[in-house]
Design a binder for this molecule. Structure first.
Ligand code: PMP
Length: 406
């Protein structure tokens, strides 16, 4: 049975508005998703009713805040099937989670001659921290190339993975092209040479079921705001033996168990990696987003998202002068395209005047755009389960109209 999208949309107050004189058509979900009322309520409830710092004071409000904060960690742990809650470390998001691994694990374990394997599809968040590690340690970055479809070239990957490969850092889903990478296979290949593996799950967790134990990765990074939660909160899953062995990255209050001017003993996991007052409201509301998602039939919603993307691809193919970038075997979330002789930004501005929200440019994946020869970037439409076929039709009609204009 088709999910009742129109009813679900009512959970998202932002969607019901007029933008530039038209009903909002929000197709920039890969940048950030809208938030359901349950998430807004959780933020409000924390600040209105239980606002207090966590893990510190011996008073009632602090106890409530701490309990809700740690309960949210357990929700995330279950959502990704991590073995234990202390293996989920709160961060500001995927970027900070990857930086944590780069600066704690990477800086202390890599050396000259080691190789860090990335892919052409990576977001800057999964490139730049590794460049910092490479510059400081002498390790070398290697890159899995793409096939013309936009899929990773797995033959090349097999050749690139060798005894020098110390770390594989790979996105599960490309934010720019929507390609789903065969991460489980890549992780197994990397493990066979003893490499440590990190998955950038920013674009995956809102669309696909994620089981970190099934994937077999050492680290998994994610962001709340890409999956109906607030901005400024996300997390890092890590294997316990690695997290135990890694030094703290940021230091200060909360991450210590004893401090004197001579020396400091660090706190146990996960607190060792959570210096300072965390984003308490964000974590609790992220937990509310997970509850909200878990209460839906995600299989049906994924089918609905697939049907939206199918309709979008079919519709774009029928518009003369439009070229879809990448024909991956499996995709989720996003479709990127360009239009002959029209700058992506000009097209997006025209569509914005019709209330249609898209993203243009390099999508924080400049090396990918260079590899594709698309210096001006692309136009990207990215869906969430609350999008409708009417909205896809509005986008396609808008592009037809824009074509006449240009
Ligand atoms: N990786 C990918 C694939 C992304 O799409 C994003 C966000 N655009 C990030 C990393 C960074 O996430 P955040 O900005 O939430 O830290």
């Amino acid at each position: 049975m088709a999910p009742d999208i129109l009813t679900l949309r009512r959970d998202f107050p932002t969607l019901a508005q007029i933008v530039n004189g038209h009903p909002l058509v929000y197709l920039d979900n890969a940048a950030t998703t809208q938030k359901p009322q349950a998430v807004l309520d959780a933020l409000n409830h924390y600040y209105r009713d239980t606002n207090a710092n966590v893990h510190r004071a011996s008073h009632a409000l602090s106890g409530q805040a701490t309990q809700a904060f740690e309960q949210a960690r357990i929700k995330l742990q279950r959502f990704i099937n991590a073995p234990a809650p202390e293996q989920v470390i709160w961060t500001r998001g995927t970027t900070e989670a990857i930086n944590l691994v780069a600066f704690s694990f990477g800086m202390h374990n890599l050396k000259a001659g080691d190789e860090i394997l990335l892919s052409t599809l990576e977001h800057h968040a999964n490139i730049v921290p590794w460049q910092q590690v490479a510059a400081a340690t002498g390790a070398r970055i290697r890159v899995i190339p793409l096939m013309p479809t936009g899929d990773l070239d797995m033959k090349a990957a097999a050749q690139l993975i060798n005894s020098r490969t110390r770390l594989l850092a790979i996105g599960q889903v490309s934010n720019a092209l929507g390609v789903i990478n065969p991460v489980k296979q890549l992780i197994a290949m990397a493990k066979s040479v003893g490499a440590v593996t990190l998955v950038d799950g920013a674009q995956a967790m809102g669309h696909l079921p994620v089981d970190v134990q099934e994937l077999g990765c050492d680290f998994y990074a994610f962001s709340g705001h890409k999956m109906y939660g607030p901005t400024g909160i996300g997390g890092l899953y890590g294997k316990k033996e690695l997290l135990e062995q890694m030094p703290p990255w940021q230091t200060g209050g909360e991450m210590v168990s004893h401090v004197s001017f001579e020396q400091t003993r660090f706190n146990r996991l996960p607190f060792k990696f959570e210096a300072g007052t965390p984003n308490i409201a964000g974590a609790i509301a992220f937990g509310a987003a997970v509850d909200y998602l878990s209460g839906l039939n995600r299989t049906l919603l994924a089918q609905h998202e697939d049907s939206l993307l199918d309709a979008l691809v079919t519709g774009l193919e029928a518009i003369p002068g439009v070229r879809i970038i990448g024909r991956p075997g499996v995709r989720v979330g996003a479709v990127s395209f360009v239009m002959d002789e029209v700058h992506p930004q000009d097209l997006a501005t025209l569509l914005d005047m019709q209330g249609i929200a898209l993203r243009t440019g390099h999508h924080c994946a400049m090396p990918l755009m260079q590899a594709l020869g698309l210096e001006q970037g692309t136009i990207r439409a990215s869906v969430a389960f609350y999008n409708t076929h009417e909205e896809i039709a509005a986008l396609l009609a808008g592009i037809h109209k824009a074509r006449e204009f240009f």
